[in-house]
Ligand binder design. Structure first.
Ligand SMILES: Cc1cc2nc3c(=O)[nH]c(=O)nc-3n(C[C@H](O)[C@H](O)[C@H](O)COP(=O)(O)OP(=O)(O)OC[C@H]3O[C@@H](n4cnc5c(N)ncnc54)[C@H](O)[C@@H]3O)c2cc1C
Length: 384
């Protein structure tokens, strides 16, 4: 691209998806401006909370695997360029019975794609990973291509990499509206309107206002996590404990090794993830029965942890109605690009979402776009 003809792109939202999009767009020579109503990183949306999981053997489907492989390359490049470690490849486990849907799905994904994996029996799990309590007949499916992120540092690294390549950040600047006009797309803030060639909507759970998707296509939902002290801390650190997803009739959760020097983070899946009217409605206080239910699951399934939550936090995430991310042109105007509704999955493949968005900005299409994430599936009536 000729520097004199740089096309202007606005990115609305500087969570992980916005900062990755800004990095990828700046790298391809666009003149990028990123707006966020808060600073970057912030803990108001979906991209904070100490840890996130990367997995390659993907229960959600083999079609995501190429995206995940390319994402890992971009994560590595980001770490190298910024001389910072944001992803530790500690491996991952899916734990449960092979007849359970998610356990069967990871084995199926590994077999379809030829990805390296191991199925450990109950006895092998007790020998290699005594941190996890298994019932007779349960297995652990080990994915060596899994790891744990430091999300706040990752967002910061991608922001800095984008800025190094020329992206400008406008913190504490809420975008009030996006208006396609003949010559471009206007972005309205309290400072007045500004014209861009393309606008990327990466507003996480704040999606309905600006996306042009219908009111109920993506909803903000509350997620809760608790931290439980490890009796043997080194045994529960990433060098010895993989990230894991547990499936069990008495509780299901994501489990993150000790990063704070004391406690394992548990994110329960078996407790309701409440829908919110707006991310601003997120209750920061968690009701005692939710905490108690998480503690019972830990007591039953994690023998090396104190079953008492010493810290509890809540966050919002945008969930699409089909629990699948929404990436591509807006149904309103193809100069508006959507990367929203990440549905609890977005951190791991965020650099590739950024790259796909940069493809769309450059050429109007992307060879890396994953069909199930197609942003036009709702307006075509394919999903509801
Ligand atoms: C608790 C939890 C655990 C998770 N675990 C995992 C995991 O283990 N692995 C994984 O891959 N994914 C995981 N996810 C999902 C992943 O973290 C999210 O998909 C991802 O962080 C979404 O990022 P985002 O940029 O879309 O949204 P956000 O991080 O919410 O960013 C949106 C940004 O837009 C800004 N904004 C909104 N509206 C406006 C406006 N009008 N003007 C200006 N700025 C605006 C907000 O201030 C915010 O900073 C998890 C999510 C949560 C909540």
């Amino acid at each position: 691209m000729n520097p004199d003809e740089k096309r202007r792109v606005a990115v609305v939202g500087a969570g992980v998806i916005g900062v990755m999009s800004a990095w990828q767009l700046a790298e391809r020579g666009f003149d990028v401006t990123v707006f966020d109503q808060w600073n970057t990183p912030n803990d108001r949306g979906a991209s904070a909370g100490e840890s996130r999981i990367f997995r390659t053997v993907y229960k959600e489907g083999a079609e995501y695997v190429p995206l995940l492989r390319k994402s890992l390359q971009l994560w590595r490049r980001l770490q190298e360029n910024q001389s910072t470690k944001v992803l530790e490849m500690c491996g991952g486990l899916m734990i449960g019975h092979t007849w359970q849907a998610d356990v069967a799905a990871v084995i199926d994904c590994a077999q379809q794609t030829g990805l390296e994996h191991r199925v450990l029996s109950t006895a092998e799990m007790a020998e290699e990973y005594p941190q996890f309590g298994l019932d007779e007949g349960e297995v652990g499916v080990y994915d060596p291509g899994a790891g744990v992120f430091r999300p706040e540092l990752a967002v910061l690294a991608a922001r800095n990499e984008g800025m190094r390549l020329g992206a400008a950040y406008r913190p504490y600047t809420r975008v009030l509206g996006i208006r396609p006009v003949r010559s471009g797309v206007m972005v309205d803030t309290a400072d007045g309107p500004e014209a861009f060639d393309t606008v990327v909507v990466a507003t996480g759970p704040w999606v309905n206002e600006l996306s042009g998707l219908g009111r109920d296509v993506v909803v903000p939902r509350r997620l809760v996590a608790g931290w439980f002290p490890a009796r043997d801390v080194p045994l529960h650190q990433p060098a010895r404990m993989p990230i894991s997803i547990r499936r069990h009739e008495e509780g299901g959760f994501s489990c993150f090794p000790v990063l704070d020097g004391a406690a394992v983070k548990i994110l329960p899946h078996h407790l309701p993830w409440k829908d919110l009217d707006a991310p601003e409605d997120l209750p920061r206080l968690v009701e005692p029965e939710t905490v108690r239910a998480a503690e019972r699951a830990v007591e039953r399934l994690m023998p090396g942890l104190e079953p008492t939550a010493i810290r509890v936090s809540t966050w919002t995430e945008g969930f699409a109605v089909d629990e699948t991310p929404v990436v591509g042109p807006s149904p309103v105007d193809d100069r508006i690009l959507l990367a929203v509704g990440m549905s609890g999955q977005g951190f791991k493949f965020s650099p590739m979402v950024g790259s796909v968005i940069a493809d769309y900005a450059q050429t109007g299409s992307s060879d890396d776009a994953v069909a199930v994430m197609d942003s036009l599936r709702f307006s075509r009536g394919e999903r509801s």
